[in-house]
Write a protein that binds this ligand. Structure first.
Ligand SMILES: [Fe+2]
Length: 268
């Protein structure tokens, strides 16, 4: 067996700064500790959006600080809570991610895996898009190396989860169908990985497996169709490991311990 390529995925950490909310940072730091404790050498970490809850320099600096102990190459994509230009500034990738205002998208290689990172955000909106131009870019990237096992990352899932409130803020049907057509023509695209839904789920688009990675912070309750408005609950977070084994990607989901904030002391 050739050396495995191991890519860890974290999603939706929603880091905030200030006294109001330390829980997202504690949760991301617990995830980083778990990655550091696991016995295998990782090749990279991928963070699939909503790096911060509200964009700002301090929040992105905090994300970088929290990820630094990994001592790994970090690849990110923006989510609907992010500012794509701030993401570009703090996770520059040597200028390969386009100019200001443009989608934050790129292609890179991690060991034996080709990573194509798409930007499904629409500035100022919660829902996503993977429009014709973006799909044409993706297909051109795929055509460039048809023999390389490829992992495609995006924030918004290209599948319906059945959780109504999450699906309402996902990708529109024509974009999902268009992506299915692209992937059906490019069988080297072995997995689409994403976040946004704040829970682990699996599906298929155009014959390609799709994995939604849970948030490192809070999860959407499992209820179909569920509430009208998106809900988040204190359920077990998780991270994902995408491993290339003999030219095939396998995706593992690994639960994380929740770190509780200490209870405030009672006044005497
Ligand atoms: Fe999120």
């Amino acid at each position: 067996m050739a050396d495995a390529t191991l890519i860890a995925q974290l999603s939706d950490p929603h880091i905030t700064v200030g006294l109001r909310d330390r829980e997202p940072a504690l949760a991301l730091s617990a995830a980083v500790d778990a990655l550091r404790r696991q016995p295998n050498r990782l090749d990279a970490v991928l963070v699939t959006g909503d790096l911060v809850d509200t964009p700002g320099a301090r929040a992105y600096e905090r994300v970088r600080e929290l990820l630094a102990p990994l001592e790994l190459p970090v690849y990110v994509i923006p989510g609907n809570h992010d500012d794509r230009d701030a993401v570009r500034e703090y996770f520059a990738l040597d200028g390969r991610t386009g100019s200001a205002g443009a989608p934050f998208r790129y292609t890179t290689r991690i060991g034996g895996v080709r990573l194509i990172a798409c930007d499904t955000t629409i500035p100022g909106k919660i829902e996503g898009a993977l429009d014709f131009e973006h799909r044409a870019w993706l297909e051109a990237e795929l055509r460039a190396e048809p023999a390389m096992p490829t992992l495609i990352a995006m924030h918004h899932p290209p599948i319906l989860t059945g959780i109504h409130a999450m699906d309402e803020i996902g990708l529109p049907e024509p974009d999902r169908t268009g992506l299915a057509d692209v992937l059906a023509r490019q069988p080297q695209a072995q997995r689409v990985v994403c976040g946004h839904a704040h829970r682990g789920a699996f599906g298929v688009v155009g014959g390609c497996g799709v994995m939604i990675c849970p948030s490192t912070w809070r999860q959407a309750p499992l209820e179909i169709p569920g509430a009208e408005e998106p809900l988040l609950a204190d359920e077990t977070p998780a991270w994902a490991l995408h491993a290339l084994i003999d030219d095939q990607l396998v995706s593992h989901l690994q639960p994380l311990e929740r770190r509780k904030l200490p209870r405030p002391k009672r006044k005497p």
